[in-house]
Design a protein around this ligand. Structure first.
Ligand code: SF4
Length: 88
């Protein structure tokens, strides 16, 4: 609410942002709260607000929680797929 409603600096980390950032190895965290803290330290602030919109859509449609579509993912060559046990 603070970031989207009032433009305050912050990173809205939900389950999609948390999962995908860990799969990428961009962070190595156990909780969304820890992911937000880690992202605040490494993600340039101009991306703090838009990362949620981008990764929620990506997480709902492509990088799914179970069996993500890695075979057709444009990031596959860059992604270490940390924690992915089964994919399509
Ligand atoms: S390669 Fe797979 S795990 Fe990595 S971002 Fe793409 S869909 Fe997600």
């Amino acid at each position: 609410m603070l970031t989207l409603g009032f433009g305050k600096p912050g990173i809205c980390v939900d389950t999609h942002v948390h999962r995908i950032c860990n799969r990428w190895g961009y962070v190595a965290t156990k909780t969304p709260e820890a992911t937000e803290a880690a992202l605040r330290a490494i993600l340039p602030s101009e991306y703090w607000i838009e990362i949620n919109d981008l990764l929620v859509a990506f997480g709902q449609n492509h990088c799914l929680p179970v069996s993500p579509f890695c075979s057709t993912c444009r990031l596959a060559a860059l992604c270490p797929r940390i924690g992915v046990r089964k994919s399509r």
